[in-house]
Design a protein around this ligand. Structure first.
Ligand code: PLP
Length: 494
C-alpha cells in the first residue's frame, strides 16, 4: 500500500513508514492511501471475539503494509494496555434508547487524543528504523494545553525520539500546567514561555524552517519532527474505534451483521470524523456522519452551503479543542469527493482568500454522507444538565456538543438508526464548566471543582487527574519566546 498527496502535484509515492516520518507531502498536501482496503462482513465477525489491541492491529495492518502484523500487535498491546486504559480502550455505553456513547477518553490524559498519540510514536520509532534513519527525532510541540500533555504521554520513553513542549505561561489552566510540570519520562522537556499561544506556535514554526538550526541539529545526530494531527500515523489508528464499536453492538445483540449505524462526532480538525468515514469506505455499515461543531460553525455552514469561509469571528468556547477555523483534515474528504486537482484549487483559494466554494455535484456527494449541526454555549450547557438529570450520564463539554447535534438530527429526520456519539474527553478534564452547567454555580478553585463534581455526580475522578497537587513538579523553567531555540539546544546537549 502506497500513499500520495491530496493535491496530486508532488509526484510522491511513498510507503507508510516514509509518510509517517515525513508528515506532510512536499506540495503542502496531506497523504492519503492510493486505494482503500476492504473490510468484509466475515472479517468484522472475526474481530468480534478479539481484544481492542488485536482489532487495532488487524485494521492497521491493512494500511501499514510495510509493518508486520506482529510489530503492529506488539505496539497496539503496549499502546492500549490495561495500565494506560483501565477497563479497555474504547468502551461503548448505552445512554438511552438507541443513543450510544463511544468513550474515547479512558487513556493517560483523559482525552481522546490519547487514542492516536499512544500508538503513533511507536509507529514513528519503527518508521525511523524501516527508513534507515539513524538520527534521533526531536519532536517540538506548541500547545495551549491538551495536545501537549497527550503528546508527552505518548512520546515519553520511546526509542529514538525526544520531545520538547512549549506552552504560554499564562495561557493554560492550572490543571493543565500541573499535568505538564509533573510529566515523567527521560526524553521529555517542558518549557513555559512569556507570551501567548501564538507566540509559542510561531516560535516553533520559525525553528522548523530555520535551515541553520536543522544543520546544527543534524551534526548532533538529530532532526526536527512534529506530532501534528494531519500525520497519517495519527489518523489511521482512529479508524479502529468505529469498527470496534460496531463489533460491540453486534456482540451485545443490539444490531445484526449488515445493519447500518450512524455516527456523530464533535469536530475540530476533522480527523476523528474522517477516520469514521474511512471505516465506511472500507465496508463498515455506517449510514450518516453527523458533524457536530460549537459556535465556531465553519463546517456546519460548509456542509449546508458548499462554501467554506474562515473569514469570521473566532469564539472562545467551553469546548476549546473544537475552537478551530481551519479544519485541516477536511482536505482529505475533498480529495475523496472531488479529486486532487480540485482539492489543490480549493486549498490555494483558502490560502489566498480564506474561502472556497465546491461545485454542487461535489456538495451533493458529500451531503449523501455528512450532515452538519452546531450547538452554541447555551445549548451545550443545557445538554450537560439534561443528560445528567434525565439520563444519569455525565458528559464533558465537547461530548455535549455532539449529543445536542445528534438530537437535532434525530428530531429533524426521525431517523431511528442506532447513533454512536463519539465522547472525546472525560467530564473531569473540563470539571469547572461541567459543574457550572449542572449546578449553576461557578467553582472558585479549578482543582476543587474536580472533587465537588465527583461528589455531586457520584462518579470517580479519571485516574490521570487524581492527586495532581501531590505529584512531584519536575519542570519550572519560563523563558522569553525569543530564546526557544537556545532552549532546544540546551535540551539535547544535556
Ligand atoms: C481534538 C479534540 C476534538 C476534535 O477532534 P478532531 O479530530 O480535531 O476533529 C474534539 N474533542 C476533544 C476533547 C478534542 O481534544
Amino acid at each position: 500500500m502506497n500513499y500520495k498527496s491530496t493535491r496530486g502535484t508532488s509526484g510522491e509515492i511513498l510507503s507508510a513508514a516514509q509518510i509517517i516520518k515525513q508528515g506532510l507531502a512536499s506540495d503542502g498536501g496531506l497523504f492519503v492511501p492510493e486505494s482503500i482496503p476492504s473490510l468484509t462482513h466475515d472479517e468484522i465477525s472475526a474481530l468480534c471475539s478479539l481484544s481492542y489491541p488485536e482489532r487495532a492491529a488487524t485494521i492497521l495492518s491493512k494500511f501499514l503494509t510495510d509493518y508486520t502484523y506482529d510489530e503492529l500487535l506488539c505496539d497496539c498491546k503496549a499502546a492500549y494496555c490495561e495500565d494506560s486504559f483501565p477497563g479497555g480502550a474504547a468502551p461503548l455505553k448505552n445512554v438511552y434508547d438507541n443513543i450510544y456513547s463511544l468513550e474515547l477518553w479512558h487513556g493517560p490524559t483523559a482525552a481522546f487524543k490519547d487514542m492516536a498519540l499512544q500508538i503513533m510514536p511507536r509507529l514513528l520509532s519503527r518508521a525511523l528504523t524501516k527508513t534507515g534513519e539513524d538520527r534521533t527525532a526531536l519532536i517540538l510541540v506548541a500547545t495551549s494545553g491538551d495536545t501537549g500533555k497527550a503528546a508527552l504521554e505518548g512520546y515519553k520513553d520511546i526509542d529514538k525520539i525526544k520531545i520538547m513542549v512549549f506552552y504560554p505561561v499564562d495561557g493554560v489552566s492550572r490543571v493543565q500546567k500541573l499535568q505538564m510540570a509533573t510529566q515523567t519520562g527521560d526524553n521529555v522537556n517542558i518549557c513555559a514561555i512569556k507570551g501567548n499561544f501564538d507566540d509559542a506556535q510561531t516560535g516553533v514554526k520559525v525553528i522548523f524552517s530555520d535551515k541553520d538550526a536543522a544543520e546544527k541539529l543534524d551534526e548532533k545526530g538529530y532532526f526536527f519532527s512534529s506530532a501534528n494531527s494531519i500525520n497519517w500515523g495519527r489518523l489511521a489508528p482512529q479508524i479502529v474505534y468505529y469498527v470496534s464499536a460496531y463489533c460491540d453492538l453486534l456482540t451485545s445483540g443490539k444490531i445484526k451483521m449488515g445493519d447500518k449505524i450512524n455516527v456523530c462526532v464533535p469536530t475540530g480538525n476533522f480527523g476523528n470524523i474522517f477516520a469514521a468515514y474511512l471505516a465506511k469506505l472500507m465496508g463498515l455499515p455506517i449510514d450518516k456522519f453527523i458533524c457536530a461543531s460549537n459556535q465556531n460553525n465553519v463546517l456546519t455552514d460548509f456542509l449546508c452551503t458548499g462554501t467554506y469561509n474562515r473569514n469570521r469571528d473566532f469564539h472562545c468556547t467551553m469546548s476549546p479543542s473544537m475552537d478551530i477555523l481551519i479544519s485541516s483534515n477536511l482536505e482529505r474528504l475533498l480529495y475523496f469527493s472531488a479529486g486532487a486537482e480540485k482539492t489543490a484549487e480549493y486549498m490555494s483559494l483558502l490560502n489566498t482568500t480564506g474561502a472556497y466554494t465546491v461545485e454542487s455535484e461535489v456538495l451533493n456527494t458529500i451531503s449523501e454522507n455528512f450532515k452538519g449541526y452546531f450547538a452554541d454555549e447555551e445549548k451545550t450547557g443545557a445538554t450537560i444538565k439534561d443528560y445528567f438529570k434525565n439520563h444519569s450520564y455525565l458528559s464533558d463539554t465537547h461530548t455535549a456538543v455532539a449529543l445536542n447535534c445528534a438530537e437535532q438530527y434525530i428530531n429533524e429526520t426521525g431517523d431511528k438508526t442506532p447513533m454512536v456519539v463519539a465522547s472525546t474527553a472525560s467530564p473531569y478534564k473540563f470539571a469547572a464548566d461541567v459543574l457550572k452547567s449542572i449546578t449553576g454555580t461557578n467553582p472558585t478553585d479549578a482543582l476543587k471543582a474536580l472533587d465537588i463534581l465527583s461528589e455531586v455526580s457520584g462518579t470517580e475522578i479519571s485516574y490521570p487527574l487524581r492527586n495532581l497537587a501531590e505529584r512531584r513538579v519536575r519542570f519550572t523553567t519560563t523563558i522569553e519566546h525569543e530564546n526557544m531555540l537556545s532552549e532546544v539546544f540546551a535540551f539535547i546537549e544535556k
